[in-house]
Design a protein around this ligand. Structure first.
Ligand SMILES: [Zn+2]
Length: 390
């Protein structure tokens, strides 16, 4: 199979990060195959691999039989899963997920707490770091082995300074998230928008290993998206690209936290759906389990939402022309929803093929490890380049 997951831009960035990305995407490989795939000489691959082995970032996996040439054996190298651990903190508008992973994305332990909007952010992040300390202690995670923490959070983020500028759905003030966490845990912290983190995860661990242009649609609790073009996340000039939740769905419609009216999110977020169910069923308490296709009184509400989301997505896709749309988020995990969503989309584009939509294999259920990809992008690219002085 021809390897397509890495683009020329990355190769130019740094030979060292190219090798790490290749191993991450393809798994264990021989030095000879690495040289052929990234287009480097065998001598330079051997040199870079020696450095990476010395640093412990990669490991040798012993000998593997080469099928074609009998008797000849080759040594494979791969990313060292035990090089370090990564603390992933995923703040969503309803729940905050905390996980510790190894370098290969294996979840070593995790815990979740409600995202408490009623306490001030400083207090909330103190609760988060207290949970992290408990998680480390209970599972024997040595802090020295934790390479860093990533916080993925909705809304606009100043990644360089580790600040959440505005989460819209949770807090409206800017929060120095990196400083708050670093102060308590004493480790490096990267803060990134949650959708960009999802996209980065797909680039490193999912569909991005074979496809360069795709669109990530996340549904639940809010609705958001990320655009990947030529293997890179498209940011936009104000870092506000792909804000599908704030596309105008209804003129002079419901008021949105962003200050506009009629945004898609005010109709299709899980909170909006639950509010509509509450009104329609005249129920006092409605939770996520009430969003089900099984109840006929609820089904028509969801069908309307599916149609609205499908219509807006169709217009977006018409402009961007990606190879695939990746569906993530817990709304798509509700039985029957993903299938009906694709049907609704076909109402606007009967020509779309079934393989256009891909259900994400990543970040399912409680395993929010999208922060790992964000940290790897630092380790593989930024740090690698800095060390080489390029
Ligand atoms: Zn809005």
């Amino acid at each position: 199979m021809k390897y397509q997951g890495i683009n020329l831009e990355n190769v130019k960035l740094s030979n060292r990060s190219s090798i790490l990305l290749l191993l991450n995407n393809s798994g264990a490989m021989s030095r000879k195959d690495i040289a052929e795939t990234v287009g480097l000489t065998a001598a330079s691959v051997t040199l870079i691999c020696s450095e990476l082995l010395e640093e412990g970032l990669i490991v040798e996996l012993g000998e593997a039989n080469e099928e074609k040439r009998v008797g000849r054996k080759k040594i494979l190298v791969d990313i060292n899963p035990e090089y370090g651990n990564v603390l992933c903190i995923a703040v969503e508008s309803d729940v905050t997920y905390i996980s510790v992973t190894d370098m290969k994305g294996r979840v070593l332990c995790n815990v979740k707490i409600p995202t408490d909007k009623n306490v001030n952010p400083e207090k909330f992040f103190k609760n988060v770091t207290d949970e992290c300390q408990r998680l480390f202690w209970k599972n024997g995670i040595a802090k020295e082995k934790v390479l860093g923490a990533t916080v993925t959070i909705p809304g606009s983020v100043d990644r360089k300074n580790g600040i959440s500028l505005n989460t819209y759905s949770i807090w409206n003030e800017s929060i120095p998230v990196a400083r708050l966490i670093q102060k308590e845990l004493g480790i490096d912290v990267v803060v990134e928008n949650n959708l960009k983190a999802y996209a980065q995860t797909e680039i490193y661990f999912g569909i991005g290993r074979t496809v360069n242009n795709f669109f990530v649609l996340k549904w639940g609790p809010g609705v958001g998206a990320s655009i990947v073009i030529d293997g890179k996340i498209y940011q936009g000039s104000n870092k506000m690209a792909a804000e599908i939740g704030h596309m105008s769905a209804v003129k002079d419609g419901r008021s949105c936290n962003c200050g506009r009216k009629g945004c898609l999110e005010t109709y299709v977020s899980t909170k909006a759906i639950m509010d509509d169910i509450k009104k329609s069923l005249e129920k006092k308490d409605v939770d996520i389990d009430d969003i089900t296709m099984e109840n006929p009184n609820v089904r028509w509400i969801i069908t309307e939402k599916l149609d609205m989301l499908a219509h807006n997505l169709r217009n977006t896709i018409s402009v961007l022309d990606p190879k695939h749309v990746v569906l993530v988020g817990y709304m798509f995990d509700i039985p029957g929803i993903a299938g009906r969503f694709i049907e609704a989309y076909k109402g606007y584009d009967p020509l779309v093929t079934d393989d256009f939509f891909v259900k994400s294999e990543l970040s399912v259920n409680e395993n929010h490890i999208e922060g790992l990809a964000v940290l790897l992008s630092e380790v593989f690219l930024t740090q690698a380049i800095n060390e080489k002085g390029q």
